[in-house]
Design a protein around this ligand. Structure first.
Ligand code: GUN
Length: 303
């Protein structure tokens, strides 16, 4: 008897739920530190200017810290802050023994050289993993602070036991924060990893065909609903890093959040897919908390 081939049932990669269990693990470690009369980890976020998205992200990070017992502070600086003033703030935090790790929320106002600021952060306190020392260590596969979004994606693949070895992983977007590091990590001799990686960007020819050849498609291109069903191989694993606030007549607020992937049609074709919101976003925040806990453990001599 011939059996009819049935497509896999799509599985939603629930970042919210996965991040919650990660946060529970972090909270347990923090409680143990406090029980042993060891100071809780302390994270500082520097926020320059009044970019609404950055304000939302920083508030979300602060809330997440509170939920796991990590002490958090926000340094709010006006948009007219000079590069020198910001460098002084970074220098202050580099030397503040009370602070385990800190981040400078990006993007910065145009008059500030972002790379110069990143390079001024002490790599030992760089819980974003953006300093060249941490980026270099990550690329070499040496223990380092990993950037939170790629680390969150790897953790999601791991916790859902998704096979990556020998698979064709296509990454759309080559940003320093997501596309570039995740393309390196997916090709490393690890699990998750061991994929054959193609990194696509604004100058890539035949991006649609390349995307459609992916077993694992990671989309961090910053364009709302860029990936349509015709760009996805049946049963592919689709990871959507995009987040865009767009007007909607269907919601009370008049807005909704969408990703870089056209979810309605792509979810019918994928084997696994991350929703927006509730996919990669919560995993990013959990990754930052994990790095802060790691910094605090190093500072207090706990392994
Ligand atoms: N802007 C967008 N994502 C990030 C992030 O992960 N860290 C920082 N510092 N800024 C960002």
């Amino acid at each position: 008897m011939r059996l009819k081939l049935i497509h896999n049932i799509m599985v939603l990669l629930d970042g919210k739920k996965t991040a919650k269990s990660l946060k529970d693990e972090i909270a347990k470690d923090v409680v143990q530190m406090i029980d042993n009369e060891i100071e809780a980890p302390h994270l500082v976020a520097i926020l320059v200017g009044d970019d609404p998205a950055s304000q939302t992200y920083v508030s979300a990070k602060e809330k997440a810290c509170q939920s796991v017992g990590i002490t958090s502070s926000i340094y709010r600086l006006p948009s007219k802050t000079t590069e020198e003033e910001l460098l002084q703030t970074v220098d202050f935090l580099n030397n503040d023994k009370e602070v385990d790790g800190f981040i400078v929320q990006l993007p910065l106002p145009k008059h500030i050289n972002e790379q110069r600021i990143i390079e001024s952060i002490d790599p030992a306190k760089d819980v974003d993993g953006f300093h060249p020392v941490n980026v270099g260590k990550m690329a070499l596969g040496i223990d380092a602070y990993l950037p939170a979004t790629p680390a969150g994606i790897i953790e999601l693949l791991k916790r859902y036991d998704i096979e990556t070895e020998g698979k064709h992983c296509v990454v759309l977007g080559r940003s320093n924060i997501v596309g570039s590091p995740i393309s390196i990590m997916m090709g490393q001799k690890k699990n998750p990893g061991n994929s054959t990686v193609t990194l696509c960007h604004s100058k890539t020819k035949n991006i649609k065909q390349i995307a459609a050849s992916a077993d694992i498609l990671i989309v961090a291109i910053g364009k709302p609903e860029f990936v349509t069903a015709d760009m996805v191989k049946p049963d592919a694993v689709v990871i959507d890093v995009g987040i865009h606030r767009v007007p909607s007549k269907k919601t009370k607020s008049g807005f909704k959040l969408i990703g870089d992937v056209k979810f309605d049609e792509v979810s019918k074709k994928a084997s696994y897919i991350t929703p927006v919101p509730g996919g990669v976003g919560p995993m990013t925040i959990a990754g930052l908390l994990a790095n802060t806990l790691k910094a605090a453990k190093i500072n207090r001599g706990i392994n």
